[in-house]
Design a binder for this molecule. Structure first.
Ligand code: TV1
Ligand code: CA
Ligand code: ZN
Length: 397
């Protein structure tokens, strides 16, 4: 089908994909929204459209304990590696074991947890190394993007922060790294990890509704510890949004802010978390983005022509997650125009029936029926841009 779609290696640059198929076999639990199996669906679309012919595919190895300890605390890693899957206590009471925030409903101790985490991080570290050696110009690791994990704490379905580990790797060869996060949740773990350095700027776009929406941080004026002595002051940027934002509004915000940030920060590499829970019809998300709007952000970043890592992240309606990451892979290898001309999912695609609509790019109406009402006013969007423009005046490289 690479032949059928006329898909070939992009001219003048190399794209790599880093993935370990063992990842998708893990289960957080029957009702848990995080389904590693969405990675199977994404791979099935990437393969059915013939994209592997246009990139280097690497079997991601598991990250070593040593590599994980570049960010995470030794006692936390030790516990993660040895903690047994939770059994309900025989008396029927709820478990009281929540060391390091593990074993709560969001972050269950499931079978093979440590393998799952180390494979996710292994893929992201492999991606970062290919970007460092310039063997790849764009590296995709859809099994990564677990942006909430802290140094010694699991949080929001995330245990190991593969993004922080990958950025630390990029910092060995690039002076400044820009982190972009289009998951519907605030990228708090990555933001916090780099609060005190001016070599990483983080920008997260997210739904912000502190009382009801996780994690509750990431307000417009939450820009990290401000002090004369903190070089990282002003390098944490937050774009708090409301339910129902559309492709046009989101795309406009994204482009305006990223353009300004690149102008003042002058990054040498970019790490982008492409959480797909910002799509319309997501089980947890409340935005109205379509695959083309979400992917438009990736296309804009690609055009900056800087070394780039694309991570996965959230995304809780598996068929749409797979669509987004497959289409974003096609942007990386520059065959998205061909695919947009003929977006029909090939009949031979495994799991074909899972996708319901036969297009890779169904309209929002097809996905949703009725979109959610848009609670983002023009006035508020302008205020946000104004605040961030002011903030960026302090950043001059
Ligand atoms: C088990 C079973 C766990 C069903 C969790 C939704 C579940 C959620 C479940 C859920 C759920 C959250 C909170 C709860 C604050 C906590 C990968 C008091 C139907 C990157 C993480 C969201 C998002 C965590 C991760 C959030 C990512 N939402 N059903 N849990 N509390 N946790 O709200 O950014 O996408 O929902
Ligand atoms: Ca985000
Ligand atoms: Zn999310």
């Amino acid at each position: 089908s690479a032949y059928q779609y006329g898909i070939h290696r992009p001219k003048g640059y190399t794209v790599s994909n880093h993935y370990n198929p063992e990842m998708e076999k893990h289960h957080f639990g029957p009702t848990h929204p995080m389904k590693p199996w969405r990675l199977t669906l994404a791979k099935s679309l990437i393969t059915a459209f013939g994209m592997p012919a246009a990139m280097d595919s690497y079997h991601a190895r598991a990250a070593t304990h040593d590599e994980l300890s570049n960010f995470h605390a030794a006692d936390y890693l030790e516990y993660l590696a040895t903690a047994a899957p939770q059994q309900k206590p025989p008396d029927g009471s709820e478990s009281t074991d929540n060391k390091f925030n593990l074993a709560n409903p969001d972050c269950p101790l499931f079978d093979g947890l440590y393998n799952y985490c180390s494979m996710s991080a292994g893929g992201s570290l492999d991606a970062a190394r290919k970007i460092c050696t310039q063997a790849s110009q764009i590296a995709c690791c859809w099994g990564g993007g677990l942006h909430h994990a802290k140094k010694a704490e699991a949080s929001g379905f995330c245990y190991i922060n593969d993004i922080v580990l990958a950025i630390l790797e990029l910092l060995r060869c690039y002076k400044r790294v820009l982190y972009l996060d289009i998951d519907i949740h605030h990228g708090d773990g990555v933001e916090e990890a780099f609060f005190s350095t001016d070599r990483v700027m983080t920008i997260s776009f997210h739904k912000y509704h502190p009382e009801t929406f996780f994690p509750g941080t990431g307000g417009l004026s939450d820009n990290g510890p401000k002090s004369e002595s903190n070089p990282g002051s002003h390098h944490a940027i937050n774009v708090p949004l409301n339910d129902g934002i559309t492709d046009d509004q989101y795309g406009e915000m994204f482009k305006t802010i990223v353009r300004k940030a690149v102008d003042s920060f002058q990054p040498e590499a970019i790490a982008m978390q492409c959480g797909a829970d910002s799509l319309g019809g997501d089980r947890l998300g409340k935005f109205n983005l379509q695959v083309t709007g979400h992917a438009g952000c990736v296309e804009f970043v690609k055009k900056l022509r800087l070394p780039l890592i694309l991570f996965g992240g959230g995304g809780y309606t598996p068929r749409n997650v797979a669509r987004a990451w497959a289409f974003e892979t096609s942007i990386a290898i520059d065959c998205h125009r061909k695919i947009a001309e003929n977006p029909r999912i090939p009949d031979h695609a495994p799991w074909r029936a899972e996708f319901r609509q036969e297009s890779l790019l169904p309209s929002l109406e097809e996905i949703l029926g009725e979109p959610k009402s848009n609670k983002n006013t023009k006035k508020r969007m302008d205020e946000i841009i104004m605040h961030i423009t002011e903030q960026l005046r302090f950043v001059n490289k």
